[in-house]
Design a protein around this ligand. Structure first.
Ligand code: PGA
Length: 250
């Protein structure tokens, strides 16, 4: 019922020229897929993503967006610009933005609204830091982030949203969440979405797991009924490991 999504979050890696070569290779090697593949490179790479992937099975998008629509906001990139480049997805609320750029839940919500206005699907990242998990408060903390980002946000179609559960302690550390812990969280997120948007919506919306996904742990995470794919950082940078993940999703 839910098409798996494998999304590569490249963060601040690769130059446009490097990406162009990588994209060409990916196109050459990618088998026909039942799951969906998306790449989320840095802004300057997006025109090359469009050049490579327009009218292909590969989607692409950005890692962040401005909370403003247009105007005197030096250094910002608007949702309208991303839509013009053909972005299908864009990350909001990644923990690195929350941490290094002091992004609040309220700001994340504004960004999410800007994307929805332009018909871009937000990949909304939520997840707890280590001390919160150790206190046994991971689920309420994460659901709190979800509720704050979606406060008053009207959604009709499950394709308008992707949620990524990314425990902060698992990102870039080599320590992934145990599949059953991920499943517990994904279930909690789905049931919160069901309360907010109805059962039909919640049954179809995709909830990705992110945090040290690699070809060695992905199959066991994907075997969980509420894990609908992965938001992948490090392992999305090398063609070989990214293709291995995509093939595991099938
Ligand atoms: P990682 O990053 O796969 O390198 O842990 C995931 C992410 O930050 O989205």
């Amino acid at each position: 019922m839910r098409r798996l999504l494998i999304a590569g979050n490249w963060k601040m890696h690769k130059t446009p020229s490097e990406a162009r070569v990588w994209f060409r290779e990916l196109k050459r090697l990618l088998p026909p897929l039942a799951s969906e593949v998306a790449l989320l490179p840095a802004f300057p790479i997006l025109p090359y993503a469009r050049e490579a992937f327009q009218d292909t099975q590969v989607a692409y998008g950005a890692q962040d967006v401005s909370a403003h629509r247009e105007g005197a906001y030096t250094g910002e990139v608007s949702a309208r610009m991303l839509a013009d480049l053909g972005c299908r997805y864009t990350i909001v609320g990644h923990s690195e933005r929350r941490k290094h750029h002091q992004e609040t839940d309220a700001l994340v919500r504004e960004k999410l609204l800007r994307l929805l206005e332009e018909g871009i699907t937000p990949i909304l990242c939520v997840g707890e830091p280590l001390e919160v998990r150790e206190r046994g408060e991971a689920v309420p903390y994460t659901l709190g982030q979800l509720a704050a980002a979606l406060e008053g946000v009207d959604l009709q179609d499950p394709r308008q949203l992707v949620v990524a559960y990314e425990p902060v302690w698992a990102i870039g550390t080599g320590k992934n969440a145990a599949p059953l812990d991920a499943e517990e969280m994904h279930q909690a997120i789905r049931s919160a979405l069901s309360k907010r948007y109805g059962e039909g919506f919640a049954a179809r919306v995709r909830i990705l797991y992110g945090g040290s996904v690699n070809p060695g742990n992905f199959a066991s995470l994907l075997s969980m009924p509420n894990v609908d794919g992965g938001l992948v950082g490090g392992a999305s940078l090398e063609l070989e490991s990214f293709l291995a993940l995509v093939k595991l999703a099938g």
